[in-house]
Design a binder for this molecule. Structure first.
Ligand SMILES: Cc1ncc(COP(=O)(O)O)c(C=O)c1O
Length: 547
C-alpha cells in the first residue's frame, strides 16, 4: 500500500516495500485491492518481498509503520540503523500506524488515508529542503531579497497559473540560468570572440545551437537574442530599411506589440499594415490577407500571434508572401513547444525566418532566438551582434541548452500533447457553462474567452479570478468595443498547469471554479471559498517537487 502511495504521489522517487516476514506467495488482501483500484494505483504485478541486506544497502531511507518494526530492523541490520525511521516521525508527526492486515475495508481505508497524509508531508518537506538549499547563501546574506523570492515561489505554488505565455522551468534549467556563466563576457560567436577565456562559452553555445537545430530541423540558429522582441528586431533590421512595409496581425486580433504597435519600435520605424481576422468566426481570413498583401506589397509578412487559439496555416502564408514578393517571418513565441513536439505544423519549411521566445510552451529560460535558412545566417548574426545587442547572456544560453535537451526527450512530446488535451478540456468545461469562446474552441495551448454575454469586462474578470487564486490576463477580442486596458476578453492557457501534472479532470474543475467566480462576483465569502478549493487542488500538484 505504502509503495503504491509513494509511486502515485511522487513518481520521481524510487520506492519499494518489503516485509520482515514476507513471502512471494503472499497475495494482496482483497479489500486492499478494491482501495488501490479506486485510487487508480496499479497492483497486478506486485509481489511481496522479504527485507534483505541488499535491499537495505540500496535504500536511502527506510520508513517503518510501527516502532517495534523499526527496532527490529535496527537490531537485525546494525549497518543500516542510521537510515531507519518511523514513517510518522519522518513526516514530522508521531505514533505507530497499526497494520490493518486481516481487518475489514474501513480499517484499510483509514490506514491508506493516514499513510497518504504522511507521504504528502514527506514529499513537501523534501521539496522545501531542495528549494531552501538553492538559496542557502542568499538566505544568510540578504534575507530581504530572499523573503521576496520565497513569497513569489509560494504565490506560484498556491495559485493556478493560467497565463498562456507562462510556464515553470525545471530545477535543471533554473540551475543553469543561475550558473557561473553569469560572470562571463563573450561578445561575438563561437570561435570568433572579442574576449579571452571563452572556451567554455563556445562549448555551451555550440551545444545550444546543435540541440536547437535537431529540435526544429533548421539550418541556422542564433541563440543570443535576449527576448522575443529583440529576436523580431534583429530580423526587421536585417532585411528592412526604415519606412519599409510590414504586414502583420492587428494587436486587437491577436498580434504582438513588436509586430507593429505604434508605441513599439516596430510601429515607429516601419509602415505597418494590420490584418484583421474574420469578425464572425475569429479565424484568420486568408483571402483578405492575400488582397491586402497584393495591394500594399509589404517587404515582410509576419505570421504568428499572442492570442490566436487555432492552427496557423504557414503554407498558405508562404503562397501569399510569394505572390506579394515578401519575406516571410513566423513568430512562434507561443507555440514553439507545440511545434517542436509535432503538435502544431512547423513553419520551418515555409518561412525565411522563424523567431521565438524560449520561456513559454518551450519551458526554458526567459529569452529569444532567431532560426533561418543558411543564406540568411550571416545577416542575422551581424544584426543580433553588434547590430542590436552587446555581450550575450551566457548563463541564459546555458539554460537554453538545458531546456533544448529536455525538449529532445520523448516525455516532452507527451507533455505537449497533454497541453493541447488540457486546453480542449478547459474549452469544453467553459462552453458547458455558457461561456463564449473566440473561434468556438481551441487547437493549441490557449482559450480566448469573449465575456460580453456574462456582462463582464476582461479587467473585472482578471481581478476577480486573481482573488479566487486563478492568474489570467485580460485580452482584447477581435472587434473589441473596449479599450486595450479594459477589454472584453480573457486569455487562458494550459502550459503551466500541465507542467504541474494536471490533466483533463482538473481542467473541468478549473472551468467550474471560473464559472463559480464569475457567478459570485461581489460575494467576497464565496470568492474566498473558491480560493480555498484552489489551494487544496494546487497542493496536490506541487511545481518544484524533488526528482
Ligand atoms: C508572439 C509573440 N512574440 C514576441 C513576444 C515577445 O517576447 P518577449 O516578452 O520575450 O520580448 C511575445 C510575448 O508575449 C509574443 O507573444
Amino acid at each position: 500500500m505504502a509503495e503504491g502511495i509513494f509511486k502515485k504521489k511522487a513518481p520521481g522517487l524510487k520506492a519499494s516495500s518489503a516485509g520482515i516476514a514476507a513471502h512471494p506467495s503472499y497475495r494482496i488482501f482483497g479489500v486492499l485491492e478494491e482501495i488501490l483500484d479506486e485510487e487508480g494505483i496499479p497492483h497486478e504485478n506486485h509481489v511481496s518481498t522479504q527485507l534483505t541486506k541488499e535491499k537495505l544497502d540500496e535504500a536511502g531511507v527506510v520508513l517503518c509503520m510501527e516502532k517495534c518494526h523499526a527496532e527490529y530492523v535496527r537490531k537485525s541490520f546494525p549497518f543500516a540503523a542510521d537510515k531507519v525511521f518511523l514513517l510518522s516521525e519522518y513526516a514530522g508527526e508521531q505514533g505507530d500506524i497499526p497494520d490493518p492486515i486481516g481487518l475489514d475495508k474501513e480499517f484499510y481505508r483509514k490506514t491508506f488515508d493516514i499513510i497518504t497524509g504522511f507521504v504528502v508531508k514527506i514529499i513537501s518537506g523534501l521539496r522545501n529542503r531542495e528549494i531552501k538549499n538553492m538559496f542557502e547563501h542568499l538566505k544568510k546574506t540578504d534575507s530581504e531579497v530572499y523573503e521576496i523570492i520565497e513569497s513569489e515561489h509560494r504565490r506560484q505554488e498556491d495559485n493556478l497559473e493560467m497565463i498562456a505565455s507562462e510556464n515553470f522551468a525545471s530545477f535543471s534549467v533554473l540551475e543553469a540560468a543561475s550558473s557561473f556563466f553569469t560572470n562571463k563576457y563573450a561578445e561575438g560567436y563561437p570561435g570568433k570572440r572579442y574576449y579571452g577565456g571563452c572556451l567554455h562559452c563556445d562549448e555551451i553555445e555550440v551545444l545550444a545551437i546543435e540541440r536547437c537545430k535537431s529540435l526544429f530541423g533548421v539550418e541556422h540558429v542564433n541563440v543570443q537574442p535576449l527576448s522575443g522582441t529583440s529576436a523580431n528586431m534583429a530580423v526587421y533590421f536585417a532585411v528592412l530599411e526604415m519606412g519599409d512595409t510590414i504586414m502583420s496581425m492587428d494587436l486587437s486580433h491577436g498580434g504582438h506589440l513588436s509586430h507593429g504597435h505604434p508605441l513599439s519600435f516596430s510601429g515607429r520605424f516601419f509602415n505597418i499594415i494590420p490584418a484583421h481576422n474574420d469578425l464572425k468566426t475569429g479565424l484568420i481570413d486568408y483571402d483578405e490577407l492575400e488582397k491586402l498583401a497584393l495591394k500594399h506589397k509589404p517587404k515582410l509578412i509576419i505570421c504568428g500571434a499572442s492570442a490566436y487559439p487555432r492552427i496557423i496555416d504557414f503554407k498558405k502564408y508562404r503562397e501569399i508572401a510569394d505572390k506579394a514578393g515578401a519575406y516571410l517571418l513566423a513568430d512562434i513565441a507561443h507555440i514553439a513547444g507545440l511545434v517542436a513536439a509535432g503538435e502544431h505544423p512547423s513553419p520551418v519549411p515555409h518561412c525565411d525566418f522563424v523567431t521565438t521566445t524560449t520561456h513559454k510552451t518551450l519551458r526554458g529560460p526567459r529569452g529569444g532566438m532567431v532560426m533561418c535558412r543558411k543564406e540568411h545566417a550571416s545577416v542575422i548574426d551581424r544584426q543580433v551582434f553588434p547590430g542590436i545587442q552587446g555581450g550575450p547572456h551566457m548563463h541564459i544560453i546555458a539554460a537554453k541548452a538545458a531546456a533544448f535537451g529536455e525538449a529532445l526527450k520523448p516525455e516532452f512530446r507527451d507533455y505537449q500533447a497533454q497541453i493541447v488535451k488540457n486546453s480542449q478540456a478547459l474549452a469544453e468545461g467553459l462552453l458547458r457553462n455558457d461561456f463564449t469562446l473566440v473561434t468556438g474552441g481551441t487547437d493549441n495551448h490557449m482559450v480566448l474567452v469573449d465575456l460580453r454575454n456574462k456582462n463582464m469586462t476582461g479587467k473585472e474578470a482578471q481581478n476577480l479570478l486573481e482573488d479566487a487564486g486563478i492568474t489570467a490576463n485580460k485580452n482584447s477580442i477581435p472587434g473589441d468595443p473596449e479599450k486595450p486596458f479594459i477589454t472584453s476578453g480573457i486569455r487562458l492557457g494550459t502550459p503551466a498547469v500541465t507542467t504541474r501534472g494536471m490533466k483533463e479532470a482538473e481542467m473541468s474543475r478549473i472551468a467550474e471554479f471560473i464559472n463559480q467566480a464569475v457567478e459570485a462576483r461581489g460575494d467576497e465569502k464565496a470568492i474566498a471559498s473558491i480560493k480555498d478549493k484552489v489551494k487544496v487542488m494546487t497542493a496536490d500538484f506541487p511545481v518544484y517537487k524533488s526528482e
